[in-house]
Design a protein around this ligand. Structure first.
Ligand code: FAD
Length: 119
């Protein structure tokens, strides 16, 4: 069957790859100059001479809820690294700051315990 897949993000590329493996005649269309969609790695200046590659789209996954992605990484021999997932916010030059790690992080600024309007 002739099949057009629109968009070369992880979804489109995975579909196109799987369909092509099943013998379909697949054309993949992408409006941007590069494939990957949100999944993109950008080099930013790091410490020392080497730039630091930062993943903007796919940062974390876990084996329990991403079995297909894990299988794809295994098949393509994509290296991954154990990590934790953290979240932190700083607003108005540090006026409001919190992190999602635990309760202490939510109230990193103790004055906010008595300031329910600071949201
Ligand atoms: C900042 C950020 C962090 C994220 N972190 C994580 C994470 O840690 N873990 C995780 O699992 N997920 C994460 N995600 C989500 C993950 O990146 C997305 O779910 C995934 O990349 C979506 O893939 P997709 O192929 O469905 O869509 P997209 O990546 O959006 O790809 C769609 C593609 O289709 C193209 N397109 C659209 N319309 C047309 C058209 N008419 N013609 C041609 N091409 C077209 C677009 O240009 C694009 O390339 C994150 C997303 C963002 C933005």
């Amino acid at each position: 069957m002739k099949i057009a897949v629109i968009g070369a993000g992880i979804t489109g590329m995975s579909c196109a790859w799987l369909l092509a493996r099943q013998g379909h005649d697949v054309s993949l269309f992408e409006q941007n100059g590069t494939p990957g969609g949100h999944s993109n790695t950008v080099d930013v200046p790091g410490r020392g001479a080497h730039p630091l590659p930062v993943d903007t789209g796919f940062i974390v996954y876990n084996a329990a809820t991403y079995p297909n992605l894990v299988a794809l990484f295994d098949h393509l021999d994509v290296p991954t690294q154990a990590s934790d997932m953290s979240f932190a916010v700083t607003l108005d030059r540090g006026k409001l700051e919190y992190s999602g790690t635990n309760l202490a992080g939510m109230f990193a600024q103790k004055r906010n315990l008595l300031s329910p309007t600071t949201t």
